[in-house]
Design a protein around this ligand. Structure first.
Ligand code: ASP
Length: 441
C-alpha cells in the first residue's frame, strides 16, 4: 500500500455515545481500506441532558480531592463504556479493564490527568477489540516535557517510528505522557489535536474528523437558523473561526495538519452522506470568498487607559503590558488613540480584582485615568477574500448601523483575514444575524 493511501480518522464523543453509534463508526472505518489509523474521544453526549464521560471522570477526581466517596461517581463515568461493551459483545474482554481501573482509583492516589484520560483509553481499547485491530497507547507516542509542555517534534519522531510498525491501529486521543511516565492531557477537546498529530506522523493525505454536525457552519445555527455549511475553508480561516468560538474543531489541531499538508475533512458520522467541510492550504482552494464565516464570543472586558501625551512616552505600552503579564492576564486586542489605549481581556481574568489591577496600572504607568468596563462581546468576520477588496468593512459596519448597533471596538489586521468588532453583549445575537444577512443574503 502506498503512502498516499493513508487516512487518519478521529471520532468525537458524540459519534461514540452508545453501542449503535460505535458500531456505525466501525462500519465507516471498515468501508474504506485507506482508513488505517483511528483516534477516539471518550463517549460523549447523546442528548443535551447527558453528561460526557470526561466530565464525569473529572467529578471522580474532585470527590477524591474533597475526601468524599468516589465509588458512585466512578460507576457513573464507567457506565456508558460498560453499556457499549455489552452492546458490542465485548464484555468478556472488557470487564477486566474496568475492574483494574476501579482498583487503581479506589486504592491509590491518582492524578487528575490520569483519571480524565481514562475515557479515551477505555474507548480505544474497546474499539480495538471490536475491530480486531492493534491498540497503541498514546502515552507511548505523544510526549510532553516534564513541565507539561507538548513536544511536537519529539512526538513526531517517536510516533512516526512506532506507527510505521503497524498497518492499522486504534489510538486514544486527548493525552500523552511526560518523560517520567505520568499521564498529561491536552486542553479540553484535545482529541482533535491527537488526530492531527497521528495524521502527520503517518503522512496521511486526509485527516477525517468525524463529529455530529454537517461540518463547519457560516455562523452558529442556534443564533442564525439559516446558517449554511462551509464546503471549503483554509487552515488560517479555520483557526480564526474556532478560536472565536466555532467549537467544531480545536484551533490548535490545525497546526500539525498544516505542517504535513494534510487536508482535514470535518464530517458527520450520523449523516455520512453530507459533504462536510474540507480544510486546506490557501493555494489549494483556488477561489476565495470575501467572507467564509462569522464567529463570536461574549465574556470580554475593556481596560480603558488614558494619559495626556501618551503618544510621546516611549515604552508606555510595554509598562502596561508588563503589569498585565505579571497579573497573568492574557490580551485579546489593544486598539488605541493618541492619548488612550484600550486593552480587551477575558472578563474571567479581571473579575473581582478590578481595584487591584487599576491601582497597579496607575502606579506603574503613572496614568490619569484607568477604568474597567465589562459586558463586551467580540465578533470575527473571517475570509481570505477580503484581502485587497475595498468596501468589506463598510458593508459590515453598515449592516450593524442599520440595526442601530453601536460598535465599541473595531480591529482589522493588515493580513486582512478578518475584521473583529466589539459590541455590547446585549447586542451580540442581533449583530451576528445582521452581519450574516449582509454576507450570506
Ligand atoms: N474527552 C475530552 C474532552 O471532553 C477530549 C476530547 O473529546 O477531545 O474534552
Amino acid at each position: 500500500m502506498t503512502e498516499e493511501m493513508v487516512y487518519t480518522c478521529k471520532f468525537g464523543g458524540s459519534s461514540l455515545a452508545d453501542g449503535p453509534r460505535v458500531a456505525k463508526a466501525a462500519e465507516i472505518i471498515k468501508s474504506d481500506p485507506r482508513r488505517r489509523y483511528v483516534v477516539v474521544s471518550a463517549p460523549g453526549r447523546k442528548t443535551s441532558s447527558d453528561r460526557k464521560v470526561t466530565d464525569l471522570l473529572y467529578a471522580v477526581h474532585e470527590n477524591k480531592r474533597l475526601g468524599l466517596d468516589s465509588r458512585e461517581a466512578l460507576d457513573a463515568a464507567l457506565r456508558p463504556l460498560e453499556w457499549i461493551a455489552r452492546d458490542l459483545n465485548q464484555w468478556e474482554g472488557f470487564h477486566k479493564l474496568v475492574k483494574d481501573l476501579r482498583d487503581v482509583v479506589h486504592t491509590t492516589g491518582v492524578s487528575v490527568d490520569f483519571i480524565a484520560s481514562r475515557g479515551e483509553y477505555l474507548m480505544a481499547r474497546l474499539l480495538a477489540m471490536y475491530l480486531d485491530w492493534p491498540f497503541i497507547d498514546a502515552k507511548d507516542i505523544v510526549r510532553f516535557t516534564s513541565q507539561g509542555q507538548f513536544s511536537p517534534e519529539f512526538t513526531q519522531r517517536i510516533a512516526a517510528e512506532e506507527l510505521a510498525k503497524y498497518p492499522r491501529a486504534v489510538i486514544p486521543g486527548f493525552y500523552g505522557a511526560i518523560p517520567e511516565g505520568d499521564i498529561k492531557t491536552f486542553s479540553r477537546g484535545g482529541s482533535d489535536l491527537t488526530g492531527a498529530i497521528i495524521a502527520r506522523a503517518t503522512s496521511s493525505v486526509l485527516y477525517e474528523n468525524w463529529t455530529d454536525v454537517d461540518g463547519m457552519m457560516s455562523a452558529d445555527p442556534r443564533i442564525v437558523p439559516d446558517a449554511r455549511p462551509i464546503d471549503k475553508v483554509t487552515y488560517r480561516e479555520l483557526r480564526e473561526l474556532s478560536y472565536m468560538g466555532a467549537s467544531v474543531f480545536h484551533e490548535e489541531a490545525v497546526i500539525p495538519a498544516k505542517i504535513a499538508g494534510t487536508t482535514i475533512h470535518i464530517r458527520n458520522s450520523l449523516n455520512p452522506e453530507s459533504a462536510g467541510t474540507r480544510v486546506m492550504h490557501e493555494s489549494h482552494r483556488g477561489y476565495h470568498p470575501v467572507v467564509v464565516g462569522i464567529a463570536g464570543l461574549k465574556g470580554f472586558s475593556t481596560i480603558h487607559v488614558r494619559k495626556t501625551l501618551m503618544n510621546e512616552e516611549i515604552g508606555f505600552a510595554r509598562k502596561l503590558l508588563t503589569v498585565l503579564a505579571d497579573e497573568g492576564i492574557s490580551i485579546e486586542h489593544m486598539p488605541g488613540g493618541i492619548d488612550a489605549l484600550s486593552v480587551i481581556v477575558p472578563t474571567t481574568s479581571v473579575l473581582n480584582r478590578e481595584e487591584l489591577i487599576i491601582a497597579e496600572i496607575k502606579d506603574v504607568c503613572r496614568t490619569d485615568e484607568v477604568e474597567i468596563e465589562h459586558g463586551l462581546a467580540l465578533i470575527a468576520t473571517v475570509g481570505h477574500g477580503m484581502w485587497r477588496t475595498p468596501g468589506v468593512a463598510a458593508r459590515l459596519t453598515g449592516a450593524l448601523a442599520k440595526q442601530s448597533i453601536n460598535i465599541k471596538m473595531i480591529n482589522q489586521g493588515s493580513s486582512e483575514l478578518n475584521i473583529i468588532v466589539g459590541v455590547a453583549a446585549a447586542d451580540y445575537e442581533l449583530a451576528i444575524r445582521a452581519i450574516h444577512q449582509e454576507f450570506f443574503p
